[in-house]
Write a protein that binds this ligand. Structure first.
Ligand code: ADP
Length: 366
């Protein structure tokens, strides 16, 4: 059993800046929670407070219901995997993995059995006698994970463990860590700035900005129901397109950017939307929600007519770049599309897939 809870946790470095602000997170047994957000938003600091490597300025951290604010890191029964692996260069793979257990004076047989089991799980059996410098980046990362596994901790903490790997290896290790999570049934808190890692690995995402939590939820909840413009723009790749405009019209209510771009909105929502008339409203559209052909009867009346500036054919899909009211837009369309640069196209929209945000960036739900 492992249950971790952060209650109103804040961190102030050297009496000045508040870099983590009143954070509340619950990590359930076997859950894979990812802390994600731009660099400097306080993810590592939060993780390091859970590990006991940073003091908690305000609030409480509980592991299995026990407040651990004043418990030494070594007594918290957690294991942490760092970005730089932190392997001992003069020790073999076996010795690196065994080191923590030796320090804790485990019997030799128990150490052998745990290290061999971890090596089997991580496919490292043939490298046990090698030194780290004779291993690839991915293998070193697996040793670092192995060193955590042998401890059989209550909770695994990962701090950007894949950042030093090249793109292909990163994808491979991503699935390996996900498989490992299933195999070990482990409780994991994982920090990354990469929204794709967060979306693909996490069972729950905690999205942070400037030390504050913006939204917590399963990956597709954040994708489908972002609470604000920041979450909407951070989750999804390529990012959601945004453009400012106004709610206009009396009987036929619409979102209007300029004389060329006006989107008719669902008339049954007229009451919810009318209150935003006269205010700046931001429209958000995901690149994948444009289409070259009208998909249904309902959508054929809503389209943006524009001139494509750049076409990027990627094989499995094609990106079209265009500008609306000085904002760069991307549409992600079928690779069978024959659109060329300078072509004038109609890009159809599904009104149910549009997002609107008020002046403060809060989502307008209608
Ligand atoms: P992230 O992991 O999201 O990139 P961090 O938790 O590392 O962010 O850092 C959050 C903020 O705290 C940053 O502005 C960083 O400069 C600051 N910070 C981190 N460590 C210290 C420290 N030891 N002293 C003072 N400020 C720090």
């Amino acid at each position: 059993m492992a249950h971790v809870e952060l209650k109103n946790v804040s961190k102030v470095y050297s009496g000045k800046t508040r870099v983590v602000k009143n954070v509340n997170i619950e990590v359930n047994d076997h859950e894979f929670v990812v802390l994600v957000g731009p660099s400097g938003c306080g993810k590592s600091t939060t993780l390091r407070m859970v590990a006991g490597l940073e003091e908690v300025t305000e609030g409480e951290i509980l592991i299995d219901g026990v407040v651990v604010n004043n418990v030494e890191p070594k007594d918290r029964d957690i294991a942490m995997v760092f970005q730089n692996y932190a392997l001992y260069p003069h020790m073999t793979v076996f010795e690196n993995m065994a080191f923590g257990l030796k320090l804790r004076k485990y019997p030799k047989e128990e150490i052998n059995s745990r290290v061999n089991e971890a090596a089997r799980i991580l496919d490292l059996e043939q490298y046990l006698n090698r030194k780290p410098k004779a291993l690839s980046g991915g293998q070193r990362q697996r040793v670092a994970v192995g060193r955590a596994i042998v401890r059989k901790p209550k909770v695994f903490l990962f701090d950007e463990p894949l950042s030093n790997l090249d793109a292909k290896l990163r994808v491979q290790m991503r699935t390996e860590i996900s498989k490992l999570h299933n195999k070990l049934n482990a409780t994991i808190i994982y920090v990354t700035h990469d929204q794709i890692e967060a979306m693909t690995m996490g069972s729950k995402i905690v999205l942070m900005k400037d030390g504050e939590i913006q939204q917590i939820g399963p990956p597709l909840d954040l994708y489908n129901n972002p609470v604000n413009k920041f979450v909407a723009g951070f989750i999804g790749s390529p990012s959601m397109n945004f453009v400012d405009g106004n709610i206009t019209g009396k009987d036929n209510i619409a979102f209007t950017v300029n004389e060329n771009v006006s989107i008719i909105l669902p008339q049954e929502k007229i009451n919810e939307l009318k209150m935003y008339q006269g205010q700046k409203v931001t429209l958000g559209i995901r690149p994948e929600d444009f289409s070259i052909n009208a998909r249904t009867i309902d959508t054929d009346k809503n389209f943006i007519e524009t001139t494509v500036e750049v076409v990027e054919p990627l094989g499995n899909e094609t990106f079209l770049y265009f500008t609306i009211s000085n904002e760069q837009f991307i549409a992600r369309v079928d690779s069978a599309s024959t659109v060329k640069a300078d072509d004038k196209v109609r890009l159809y929209l599904d009104v149910n897939k549009l997002y609107f945000f008020d002046e403060k960036g809060h989502r307008i739900v209608f």
